[in-house]
Design a protein around this ligand. Structure first.
Ligand code: GRF
Length: 191
């Protein structure tokens, strides 16, 4: 089974996938790492000999996902599933429909709370703290045509402490993401 991993940032979630595959804890291979901008995650892929492609969202605009689909569909080796791991571009309706129930996303909150447009990265944790939540966490869900709205596959909770800063909370959640993502991919591969 082959998965493409889409990234936009440091790629620590991608690194968790790579590590788990390499230590035989995850039975699949990565067909492509695809980024919508220059980012450190591309270096992680290259270091592990994984095919990586950067398609600049500033150049492709709304055609970005159709360009990605052309690459995946024309490749001699097929891609079975797509994992969005800190990917920040919106996929077109056409793309979502072609890959129906084959795309999962990891989001750093307990969806449906603190999801949607503009809710990504540190912004999520700032909002959780501003609202004095007692707990937060991360969620794996199927990607549908909304933003962070698809059917939830699994989630995990973390406590929010009185004097947490957004950075401290982000670190606590990110550590859980790295574990939850592997569980989510296993469920995806089992379906
Ligand atoms: C992080 O904010 C993480 O919570 C979310 O996407 C961002 C990128 O993480 N899933 P990384 O690029 O995998 O380190």
């Amino acid at each position: 089974t082959r998965i493409a991993v889409f990234i936009s940032g440091s790629g620590s979630n991608l690194q968790s996938i790579i590590d788990n595959i390499e230590n035989d804890n995850l039975n699949c291979e990565i067909s492509y790492v695809i980024a919508d901008r220059e980012c450190f995650g591309l270096e992680r892929a290259e270091k592990h000999g994984i095919k990586s492609i950067m398609l600049d969202k500033k150049l492709f605009g709304k055609n970005l996902s159709d360009e990605i689909n052309a690459i995946l569909e024309n490749d001699t080796e097929r891609t079975d599933y797509i994992v969005l791991a800190g990917y920040l571009s919106i996929l077109s309706e056409n793309f979502i429909n072609k890959w129906n129930r084959k795309i999962i996303n990891i989001h750093p909150s307990l969806l449906p709370k603190y999801g949607g447009k503009g809710m990504y990265g540190i912004k999520v944790h700032e909002a959780v703290i501003a609202n004095k939540e007692k707990e937060s966490g991360c969620t794996i869900h199927f990607v549908d045509n909304g933003i962070d709205t698809g059917e939830i596959i699994t989630n995990v909770k973390v406590p929010v402490y009185e004097n947490d800063t957004p950075e401290i909370l982000q670190k606590r959640v990110l550590e859980k993401e790295h574990i939850l993502l592997i569980e989510g991919i296993k469920k995806l591969l089992e379906q």
